[in-house]
Structures are given as C-alpha cells and as structure tokens.
Ligand binder design. Structure first.
Ligand code: TNX
Length: 542
C-alpha cells in the first residue's frame, strides 16, 4: 500500500463529504439541556464522536416487536454486523429482531452501496417513520453506523435483561466519515498482565467510540507477554513477572490469534509492539546469552525506565529480533509492527541508530510497515515508517524538529502527546479509587485531553503527515479492568472524537453535554468512570 495515496484519498473523501452536506447543525434544536451557555445539541447529534453532519427532522423511528434487521445483498461481513447489532438489541428490547437478507422498505436496514463520498469507514444513517437505514461502502462503515444507532437509542438498550422501552431513534439524517485513518488506543499488558477477556472488554469499549486500532504493548522490563516458539523462555520465564510482584502471564499463540480475531470483529486492527532495544529486562532475564556479559539479569518488578538494553554489537541479538518479528508477522494480519525504540537510555546513541536500522529492516523483510516511538525520528526511519509522538510541554524543540523533519521526508505521524492523550496521567482530582496513574507529564483533566487540534499540534508538521492519534494506557499503577476504566473514562471518548470528527464540530461546551449523556450508558454497561467536576453529570443511572 502506498501510505501517501491512502492518506490523501481519505482526506479528499472527508472533504467531499463535508462540502456536500454542509457542516453540522448542532445549534438548532431546543432539547439539548446541560450548561446554560452551551449551544443545544439536538437529540440526533447527541453522539460521540460528533458526526460530520446532522440534519434532524420531526419523525422518529421506533423499534417494535415486528422490526426486522434487513441486510440485503448477501455479504457475509455485512451479515455479521447485523448479527452483532441483533446481539446488542435483543436482550434489552426482548424482541426477536430477525436478521434477514430480504429487501424491504421497513425495519433496520444495513445497506452496502458504492457511493464514493462515504469513504472506507463512513456511513449515512437515515431515520424516519418506516425505517432506520444505515448505508456504507464497506462493512466497517456499517459497523460505525451501528455504534451511532446504539447511542441514539435510550441507554437502557445496553442492558442484558428486558427493559420497557420505548425504543425510539430520533428522526433525520446523519452523514459521517472520519477525519483520520488512524484512531488508536494502546494497552500496556506488560507492566501488568491483562487476560484475553479483560482485553476483549476494553476492545468493546473502544469500538463504541469508533476507535479502529488497538496497539498492544507486549513486552517491557517487567514482562514478556507472547509465546514465541523459537525462544520459549521469553514467555515461560520472561512472562512470569509484573509490576509489584504479581504472577504476570502471557498469551499463547492461539490466545493472541483470538484477540486479533475479536478485535477485527469490532473493526479494530491490532498493532503489536515489541519494545527494543531498551525496555528489555524481561528478555535479558530469560536469555543470559542476549546480554553483552552473558549473565542473566534479575527479574524487575519496579517502575523505573531506561536501564536495560539488548547487546547491539552481538550477532545473536539479530537472530532474536529476526525470530521474534518473523513469528509475530505470521500471527498478525495487520500491516504494522511497532518496535518501540523509546527511552533507550542504556544504549549508546550510535549503537541505537545501528540497532534501529537492523530492526526496521527485519520488519520490512517480513512484509510489515515499521512503527516506532518518536525517538526513531532521531535515528534513520525507513520509508513508510510511522512515528508516534509522545512528547509534552517539556519536550525540547530539537526533539520536535526531528519528528517534523522525518515527516517532511515521508514518515507519517501518530500523535499521542503525553500531557493530553496519556490515559495513565492522573486527573487533577483524587478519583474514587485513589492514587491511580502517574503525573510525570502533569495532571490531565477532561478538557485538556479534548481541547487540542491534532492538525495543528506540532509546529511545522505538514497537515497531511498526521495519520491520526492514539491514546496510550500504561499500566504501572493499573491491574484490573475497573482501574483501566476509571482512567479511560471519561477521557477516552474525547480523544476518539479528536480522531474521528471534523474540526468544525469541536466545541467544549457542546462536547460536555454529549459526554454527560454517555454516563447513563456506562452505568448500564458496568463501565466505571471518573465523575470529573468539569462535566454536569446526570444524577441517576437510567
Ligand atoms: C513513558 S511513553 C514511557 C513508558 C511509561 C510511560 C508512563 C513511552 C514511549 N515510554 O515506558 O510506561 O511513560 O506514563
């Protein structure tokens, strides 16, 4: 794939969409509620991420016991999206909601149509008296349209037991397509291990907000989390530790495949990361021969960074890199492998560049695109590399300029500024589970995480070099799903919106209203969230 080509065609697609439909009309309905100074958000637009365009009308659609889910045309993937929607709707409505390939003008209709302005992930949702119709060019668009439909229904629709309804969808038309192709979330399963079920739970939460990339940080000083046949002790020994001395864990290859499959069923691509040459203490405990002095390192369960390094001059290091990347590439259908490259403070600078040259070559040789943390920009990023910027206010100009220069030379950039997008940074307030998170990049409140523009964030960065944004969740202090949720909610939806919604929809006051409206859904879904004082949360669950 030519990344430049994809990028520009996506941008053109979104621009066409906005030009064709006009920008959203958030201000023209009286039922928004919320902060007095805020423009009212019409019921049809009370969705996160904000749709590109919303045109409400008076006549709603109502799901009843007679509603079919129609998916004409016989595409297996479209049918799977219909089945997914039925699985969401049946328990709470108590209706049969048969999925049928028969055409018809009534019911919930999922249609694939070759309309260029819908793009690869866009959709149109039209709701009226007889039907709610989601039209997309690709199944991914249908899936994202289904997420919008969920949010347009009452929160109780998310319940797993029958509720009274009524199940009304506001009338009108939503036209929607993403601003960025890459809308990511990262989960650090290395500092603390998270089971397959815990990761699936997070995937489901990401899918609600149209996130399409799950970056899995699979290795660090404290643990190695994926079985590798050619180096079995990576998982067997390197996987047996985590921060704080817990038992750790790792994914078998089948479990990893299951995660990739499950993510794909929610239209997320998995990008695995093996962090090198630093952040490798777990490797260096498992295989003494990978240390320059041949001696095994002690397991590490603390939270310091920057003290470990692979042995750059020794050829066996590249046998290891080759074997691991080969097996990982075989397991990974997505086109990108992330090789870390951050905080290699224990690797001499010239050795760092040498190592990254070779590691990148291996990734490309196994048919994958390289992604790395932005220190890669200071070495020699290969053609097509994706640079993940994680700087913050105190990041020096020289480091930013390296990223800008790499982008001018063709690299694409994913933005994860630590003082905006890092979900592990503490909120200014103590959360009801106290003392979660870190604060090295400062406290990050809900507004701060939402109120920035990825398109104008790095001075001098060409706008079309921004592939998208990602919200990393590092887990030095987090070890349960509930703890992940308290840090991710409510900041994650705002970051997802920055990745999806056109800049013209950006408005903190309107956003806070839409965010407040999500809380009853989280209550029904059992998602724990931080009740930030910046948002006027509704009092009750449903
Ligand atoms: C910096 S971000 C790191 C991680 C830590 C994180 C904690 C990055 C590329 N490196 O090793 O877990 O801070 O916020």
């Amino acid at each position: 794939m030519n990344p430049r080509h994809t990028r520009s065609s996506l941008l053109v697609g979104s621009l066409l969409l906005i030009a064709a439909t006009g920008v959203s009309c958030f201000a023209d309905s009286g039922d928004g509620g919320g902060a007095a100074s805020a423009p009212a958000v019409p019921a049809l637009g009370r969705v996160i991420p904000a749709p590109a365009s919303v045109t409400p009308h008076e006549v709603p659609y109502r799901i009843t016991s007679a509603t079919p889910i129609r998916v004409p045309g016989g595409s297996r993937k479209a049918r799977e999206v219909a089945d997914y929607l039925a699985d969401v709707l049946r328990p709470s409505t108590g209706y049969a909601l048969p999925v049928t390939a028969d055409t018809g003008a009534d019911g919930i209709r999922l249609l694939l149509a070759d309309e260029a302005d819908l793009g690869t992930e866009g959709y149109r949702l039209e709701s009226g008296e007889r039907a709610v119709t989601i039209t997309a060019r690709r199944p991914a668009g249908l899936f994202h349209g289904v997420q919008t439909l969920r949010q347009l229904l009452p929160p109780a629709v998310e319940a797993r037991t029958a509720r009274p309804g009524p199940w009304t969808v506001p009338g009108g038309t939503v036209r929607d397509a993403p601003r960025y192709a890459y809308r990511g979330a990262m989960l650090d399963v290395a500092r603390h291990f998270f089971t397959v079920d815990e990761v699936k739970r997070y995937i489901d939460q990401l899918a609600l907000y149209k996130v399409n990339t799950l970056h899995l940080h699979l290795s660090d000083d404290q643990g190695w989390r994926l079985a590798v046949d050619s180096w079995p002790d990576l998982a067997a020994k390197g996987g047996a530790t985590e921060v704080g001395g817990g038992k750790g864990g790792y994914y078998t290859k089948d479990q990893y495949r299951e995660l990739v499959r499950y993510a794909a069923s929610r239209y997320l691509e998995v990008i695995p990361e093996i962090d090198m040459p630093g952040h490798t203490n777990a490797v260096l405990t498992a295989y003494p021969k990978l240390n320059c002095d041949g001696e095994a390192r002690e397991p590490y369960t603390g939270t310091k960074v920057g003290f470990s390094s692979l042995c750059v001059p020794e050829e066996i290091t590249y046998d290891f890199v080759d074997d691991v990347i080969r097996e990982l590439a075989e397991l990974t259908p997505g086109e990108v492998i992330h090789i870390g490259g951050d905080e290699a403070d224990a690797t001499p600078a010239d050795e760092y560049a040498t190592f990254m040259d070779r590691a990148q070559e291996v990734v490309n040789r196994y048919g994958k695109r390289v992604m790395g943390w932005h220190q890669l920009a200071g070495a020699r990023p290969v053609d097509g590399a994706v640079i993940q910027y994680w700087g913050y206010d105190e990041t020096g100009d020289a480091e930013r300029e390296e990223v800008v220069r790499a982008a001018r030379e063709g690299a694409e950039v994913v933005l994860s500024p630590a003082d905006r997008a890092y979900l592990d940074m503490q909120y200014p307030e103590v959360t009801d589970i106290p003392y979660l998170g870190l604060e090295w990049a400062g406290k990050v409140d809900v507004r701060r995480s939402y109120d920035w523009d990825p398109g104008a964030y790095l001075d001098g960065l060409p706008a079309d070099a921004v592939l998208g944004i990602e919200a990393p969740l590092w887990t030095e202090t987090l070890s349960t799903s509930t703890e992940l949720e308290v840090m991710a909610f409510p900041r994650l939806p705002g970051l997802a919106e920055l990745g999806w919604s056109p800049r013209s929809t950006h408005d903190w006051d309107a956003y806070r209203q839409r965010l407040a409206a999500q809380a009853p859904r989280w209550d029904v879904l059992g998602i724990r969230y931080h009740r930030s004082p910046q948002v006027s949360w509704p009092a009750s669950a449903e």
